[in-house]
Design a protein around this ligand. Sequence first.
Ligand SMILES: Cc1cc2nc3c(=O)[nH]c(=O)nc-3n(C[C@H](O)[C@H](O)[C@H](O)COP(=O)(O)OP(=O)(O)OC[C@H]3O[C@@H](n4cnc5c(N)ncnc54)[C@H](O)[C@@H]3O)c2cc1C
Length: 431
Amino acid sequence: MKNSEIVINIIGGGLAGSEAANYLANKGYKIKLYERRPLVDDEAHVTSKMGELVCSNSLKNKKLDNACGLLKEEINRLGSLIMEASRVSEVPSGDALAVDRNVFADYIDNKIRNNPNIEVINEDVNDIFEGYTIIATGPLTSKSLLEKISDITGKDVYGFYDASAPIIYKDSIDFSKVFMKDRYDHENDGSYINCGMNKDEYLNFYNNLITAKKAHLHEIDKDYFEGCLPIEVIASRGVDTLRFGPLKPVGLNNEDKEYYAVVQLRQDDLIGEFYNMVGFQTNLTYGEQKRVFSLIPGLENAKFARYGLMHRNSYLFSPIVLNDDLSLKANNNVFIAGQLSGVEGYVESAATGLLAAIYLDLRLKDKPFKALSFNTVLGALVRYITHTGKNNFQPMNANFGIIYGANRSDKSKVIDRSLKDIEAFKSYIND
Ligand SMILES: Cc1cc2nc3c(=O)[nH]c(=O)nc-3n(C[C@H](O)[C@H](O)[C@H](O)COP(=O)(O)OP(=O)(O)OC[C@H]3O[C@@H](n4cnc5c(N)ncnc54)[C@H](O)[C@@H]3O)c2cc1C
C-alpha cells in the first residue's frame, strides 16, 4: 500500500500531536488531526492555535551539556517542528531557549494547516478510533477519554496527581548526616535514606516552609486532592501536622538516637542514581524548593534532578500499559505521546510525539523495530517511562540521571555518544 492510501488519526494538536502530524504527513501519510479547541475551553490554553505553550515561554536550557539542551539538539536532528518554530521565534534569554509564544504557535499552526496531507478536524474526541491512532491529548485529557483508554487496557491505568515531589541526585546527599533504614525495621540497612531532625532544625525548616513563595496556580488547579496535598498546605494546618504525617519519626531511630522529625527519600530509578523526597509534593517556586529543602540535614548541597510540580496532570501508568514503541500493550495500533505518556515538560512532550511518529512509520514500512539508543536523552526518557517504577510511577523530564553513567562521565563524551547514536538512528529510519 502506498503511504498516501494510509490514514492515521492523531488526537490533539498540542506539542506532541503537532510533531507527530508534521512528521507523518511529510512521509506522505494522510493525517486526520482532531483538535477540540475552541469547542472546549480547558482553561489552560487561550487560543485555538496548534502547538500553543500553556505557561512559560521557555523551552529551558539550550546548552548541550544540559540534558534538556541535548534533547533539543537530538530532536532537531530528527526533524522536529517545534525546533523549527523556535528558530523563527527565539527571544534573548541567556542560556535558555525562550520564544515569542505567538510567533511560535503561529509558525506551527501554519505548517499544520497548510500541509496538504493533514486534515484538521475540530472535534472533542471521546472515543478511540479504529485503525492507526496517536493519542496526544495532554495533561488535561478529559475523564471520559481517560476512561476509554482504561477500558481498552482493562485496567485502572491512569494516574491523576495534583503535584509531584522533587527528585534528588543520590551523590549530592551528605551521607555523614543521614542513615539507611526502613520504618520499624530494627536493622539500619533498609532501602530508605532518612534525614533526621532535632527540634530546632525542624522548627527552622517549618517556619521557612510556611512562609516560602509559592508558584502561581491557575484557577483549575486550586482544588487539591486530599490524598496528595502539597507539603506546604499540610504544614499550614499546624506546626505538628508534618510530624504526624510525612515527617513522622516513629520507627526511625538511628541506632538508639531518636529524632523529632524525619524526612525520607525513596529510590526512584532502576540504577539508584536518584531519590524521591517522600511526601514532598509541592507548589513552591523552584528557587524556594532549593532554599527551603536544603535546610534539611544531609540535603544542604542537594542537586535536584527534578523539582516538585503542581498542576493538574493526568498520565497513563506507562510502565504497565505501554510497549517500548509507545503503543498500547492492549492495542498496538494505538500510540500514546506527549505528557499523557508520563513525560513532563514542553520539549519532552513534543519529543515523544516525534518518536511515536517515527516508530509508527517504521511499523508501516515493515522495518523491524529498533529502539532509539539509551545513550540519547530521548531514548533514555522513553525507556524510563516504559520500564521504571512499576509500583510508583511518576512523570519524568529530561535529566542526565536517566542515562546510565552520564553523571559520572565527562559531559563531552555523553554528548558525542548521544549525537553519534542519533545520526545512526536517522540513517536507519530514513533508509
Ligand atoms: C497549566 C499547565 C502549565 C504548564 N506549564 C509548563 C511549563 O511552563 N513548562 C513546561 O515545560 N511544561 C509545562 N506544562 C506541562 C506540559 O509540558 C504541557 O502541558 C505540554 O503542553 C504538554 O504537551 P502535550 O502535547 O502532551 O499536550 P498539550 O500541549 O496540552 O496538547 C494537547 C492537545 O490536545 C487537545 N485535546 C485534548 N483532549 C482532546 C480531545 N478529547 N479531542 C480533541 N482534542 C483534544 C488539546 O486542546 C490540546 O491542544 C504545563 C502543563 C499545564 C497543565
